[in-house]
Design a protein around this ligand. Structure first.
Ligand code: ATR
Length: 287
């Protein structure tokens, strides 16, 4: 049985935190504190509501106070790229920082989101991206990272759909430049795909419609559907996909894996992934 109680806070306690706005509903403190407890580490993870105009000062403050690291969430991931001393290759590639590690007084920016998508797709849906045909819904920050990562993973074909088509066109152009061998187009596919991934925010609110236009593309034409949204646990898209017989998963696995990689960067220890997943599910769904 892993330990579940945290070591008492004292002068040796190491600190990490997530900075965001809004931040009140973040599951990251529950996830990381459960992991610290499981490994018997005298560490704590906090959450701070930080306005973008104070982000630089907040990062500098955490560094000055010898924090071990930070996570950054909406709306800070792009802004932080210019606020660290050094960018790891992951942050350079994806143009966004979701994790900072403080080392010898320097702030190093990482991106652990892109790998987490691939790990979660593999673990939760048994989808291998290499050679897969993928319909990606959404061309915001999350959609862009997913699209570029899918191209880097050598998908066979990528279809990009977004309410604002010009943003999908921009991503397609970027993929054609960076990954000329990948087939990418904007619009719904004409034939079957292996995966539909929702990277839009449609589904977060109960009144939201599904991000998939089923008149344009039927759920019968895919094997698997992944929704990056994890609250609610089952969006309209996932419910319809289940009813159509698809394999489905929500974004919990992605949240857990981006956190697990951050945990390993900070502590140098293997992350207790199962403990982290249980803690997230407890925090988000109250189970
Ligand atoms: P994130 O960083 O989470 O990706 P974002 O960059 O604001 O957030 O992107 C939100 C995505 O959800 C975009 O693809 C957005 O479509 P637009 O590019 O057209 O704005 C999509 N989205 C948000 N609300 C939507 C709605 N009501 N209908 C369709 N798509 C929507």
């Amino acid at each position: 049985m892993p330990q579940t109680s945290l070591a008492p806070i004292n002068a040796a306690t190491r600190l990490c935190a997530v900075l965001g706005s809004p931040i009140r509903h973040s599951a990251s403190p529950a996830m990381h504190n459960a992991a610290f407890a499981a490994l018997g580490l005298n560490w704590r993870y906090l959450a701070f509501e930080v306005d973008p105009k104070n982000l630089r000062a907040a990062i500098a403050g955490a560094r000055a106070m010898n924090f071990a690291g930070l996570n950054l969430t909406v709306p800070h991931k792009l802004l932080a790229v210019d606020m660290v001393d050094e960018l790891d290759a992951s942050a350079k590639t994806w143009g966004a920082v979701n994790t900072i590690k403080f080392e010898n007084g320097r702030a190093i920016g990482f991106n652990t989101d892109a790998d987490a998508i691939v790990t979660s797709l593999h673990e939760d849906l048994k989808v291998e991206l290499r050679g897969a045909k993928v319909l990606l819904l959404g061309a915001g920050g999350a959609g862009r990272t997913a699209a570029l990562k899918f191209a880097a993973e050598n998908v066979a074909e990528l279809f990009l759909v977004n309410r604002t088509a010009s943003k999908a066109e921009e991503i397609a152009a970027e993929i054609k430049k960076q990954f000329p061998s990948i087939k990418v187009s904007v619009g719904y596919p004409k034939a079957e795909v292996d995966l539909i991934l929702n990277a839009t925010s449609l589904g977060l609110k109960p009144e939201d419609s599904s991000p998939l236009n089923e008149k344009q593309f039927s759920l019968k034409q895919t094997r698997a559907v992944y929704d990056m949204i994890y609250q609610p646990a089952e969006t309209k898209l996932l419910a319809a996909a289940k009813a159509a017989g698809c394999k489905t998963a929500n974004g919990i696995g992605m949240l857990v894996h981006q956190g697990a990689t951050a945990f390993e960067l900070w502590t140098g220890q293997s992350a207790p992934v199962a403990v982290m997943r249980r803690a997230v599910e407890g925090s988000v769904y109250g189970v």
